[in-house]
Design a binder for this molecule. Structure first.
Ligand code: TXA
Ligand code: MG
Length: 310
């Protein structure tokens, strides 16, 4: 804990100097900078090689801080009380007098906001007098990081500090829900769609083609840049095989996402497994069919995008 505190102090020092810092969250690691500063947020885009038209999610400690920047509505309050802090991001209307840098929103009138639950990042946010813009800490379109080492592998010495919060518990990005007009889901993620639908008692749809654009949901994303073959029953020679559940027959090409066929556990292990396979220099990956429900739907969404690259 002592170590954590001194590292948090260091992080504050760098952030106050408009530098980027790697931060742990329960979903994936983020590349954070002062969301009120243009000098700081421009560095995020440069480091990630991210197109500037792709807006950033801003991370807050709690509702009190958020009220300075966004217009609050009843659906938001209902969801916030149940799911925040946690793996959900909300799209809200930006207040006219908000201090959020124009880089963050790409001059749009909406803002994506999130309240991460990881204790180290909560502790950091509580001590700052600005919120943190933080996209996933990977080079644009590549696999999101779920550990300090993963962030190091992405940026090497280009960033001064990465806070170590262990392996991310959820291991997949937050669900994004737009509350600007009628609620709709823009990205599947850490809280399954069905749960939100039941709780809000609304006909909540996943709408990747919504009028509220989520530009980051491009065709290629989360990609190891290795050929991926989905829904396969058997693999080719020298191919890695990703399975949902441990099998009796063991081979060094086999990678299990879960011990007991648990889709939440499988989602947690997805990015980690893709990185291991890449490090072992496989040229192709076969993946068995994954049931398209709950976290299975999230895994399928990510695999679909991961497999689209030229
Ligand atoms: O779990 C997460 O959400 C992680 C952790 C670090 O918090 N962050 C994350 O950020 O996944 P990023 O930048 O990799 O993905 C954010 C997505 C992008 O697809 C972006 O286009 C979308 O959110 N987005 C950001 N602002 C938006 C807005 N105002 N309206 C619609 N979509 C927005
Ligand atoms: Mg990302």
């Amino acid at each position: 804990m002592k170590n954590n505190l001194s590292n948090i102090k260091k992080a504050i020092k760098y952030l106050n100097k408009n530098q980027c810092v790697g931060i742990p969250t329960e979903t994936v690691y983020g590349l954070a900078a002062n969301a009120y500063s243009s000098a700081a947020t421009i560095k995020i885009f440069k480091l990630k090689k991210r197109p500037q038209k792709n807006p950033l999610i801003v991370h807050y400690y709690d509702l009190k801080f958020l009220k300075k920047d966004c217009v609050i509505n009843k659906h938001f309050l209902k969801l916030y009380r149940k799911y925040s802090p946690g793996p959900i991001s909300y799209i809200l209307k930006l207040k006219k007098n908000s201090l959020i840098s124009k880089n963050v929103t790409n001059k749009q009138k909406t803002l994506a906001v999130r309240f991460p639950s990881h204790p180290i990042t909560r502790n950091l946010l509580k001590k700052l007098n600005y919120p943190l813009a933080a996209p996933s800490a990977n080079i644009s379109t590549k696999i999101s990081p779920v550990s300090k080492q993963d962030v190091k592998d992405e940026f090497g010495k280009k960033i001064d500090l990465i806070l170590d919060g262990g392996t991310s518990k959820i291991g997949i990005e937050s669900t994004i829900i737009s509350l600007v007009n009628k609620p709709e889901i823009l990205r599947l993620g850490g809280i399954p769609k069905e749960k939100l639908k039941k709780y809000l008692r609304l006909d909540l749809q996943f709408n990747s083609k919504s009028k509220i654009k989520s530009p980051g949901q491009g065709k290629t994303h989360y990609s190891p840049y290795i050929k991926l073959r989905l829904n396969v029953k058997a693999i080719n020679k020298n191919e890695a095989f990703i399975l949902i559940k441990k099998r009796k027959k063991i081979s060094k090409n086999y990678f299990y996402l879960s011990k007991k066929n648990n889709l939440k556990e499988a989602a947690k292990n997805l990015y980690k497994t893709l990185r291991i396979i890449k490090k072992r220099k496989f040229k192709s990956i076969g993946i068995e069919k994954i049931p398209n429900k709950g976290f299975g739907e999230v895994i399928n969404d990510r695999l679909q995008r991961a497999s689209c690259f030229k």
